[in-house]
Design a protein around this ligand. Structure first.
Ligand code: ZN
Length: 259
């Protein structure tokens, strides 16, 4: 599942493909906006906000997309064959390139002035220009009885963390994922570490938290269930957090992250 750093990189690719260029084609393959046509409008820019993408278009419109579980934006040459099937949900093209939004979990078209309705609830964006660790901590502290694992995924507290960065950040701070928010003294240090981990992965694909880019060495606990902890040798545990149907994967080391 794409996390904040991947969404941020996607926004950068969309900016270089679309910004300042006039759309020669738009194709919304979702029932709600099937008749929308942005042809002739210039694309102003694309912003990422947490895991949301906002593509602003001339005339006060914003295309809102979300990658959800396995969505992506691919940039291809004009006239390139669009893959058959229903995987492509949105096409935005100009004279120089075509952007294909595949398997997008959300495709919406709203007035730019209404963007806040889509993303106004989000906490500070870990990769945004307005990142504010104090505000993130303040929001986390509002629910001291929640588990830290669930609170870190709640995008209303801070925006951009998914299951990988949650697991890796908690491991590096030695925090058991089910510990209550109110029991953690240095929440500021925790969110700042998460921010540094995401920022360190902005320039390349993939998630590296160990400093070692080799795929089998890139993470401490994520993707390593049953294998020995790199620090203490304890087998990495795997479980789920949260209540159905929103339970999400968590990995941890019982040695380094004791109860
Ligand atoms: Zn360990």
């Amino acid at each position: 599942m794409p996390e904040g750093d991947a969404v941020h990189r996607t926004a950068a690719r969309l900016r270089s493909a679309l910004d300042g260029r006039v759309l020669t084609r738009s194709d919304f393959r979702v029932p709600r906006h099937a008749t929308a046509d942005l042809t002739g409008r210039e694309v102003l820019t694309t912003l990422s906000r947490g895991k949301h993408l906002l593509t602003r278009v001339e005339g006060g419109l914003t295309v809102h997309t979300h990658l959800r579980m396995d969505g992506s934006w691919r940039i291809v040459a004009p006239g390139a064959r669009v893959p058959p099937g229903d995987q492509v949900r949105l096409i935005l093209a100009n004279r120089d390139c075509t952007a294909l939004g595949r398997k997008l979990g959300m495709v919406d078209l709203v007035r730019t002035e209404d963007e806040a309705r889509l993303v106004g609830h989000l906490g500070p964006d870990l990769l945004g220009p307005d990142w504010d660790p104090d505000e993130a901590v303040r929001r986390l502290r509002e629910a001291p009885d929640r588990t830290i694992g669930e609170a870190l995924l709640d995008q209303r507290n801070l925006a951009g963390i998914g299951t990988i960065y949650r697991a890796e950040t908690l491991f590096l701070r030695g925090i058991w994922p089910w510990r209550k928010v109110g029991e953690i003294e240095d929440l500021g240090g925790l969110v700042s570490l998460a921010q540094r981990l995401l920022a360190a992965n902005l320039e390349h694909a993939g998630t590296v938290t160990t400093g070692d880019r080799r795929p089998s060495n890139a993470t401490w606990v994520y993707g390593r269930a049953g294998r020995p902890c790199r620090r203490c040798g304890t087998r990495i545990s795997r479980g789920e957090m949260g209540s159905q149907p929103q339970e999400r994967l968590i990995l941890w080391c019982a040695g380094c992250q004791p109860r």
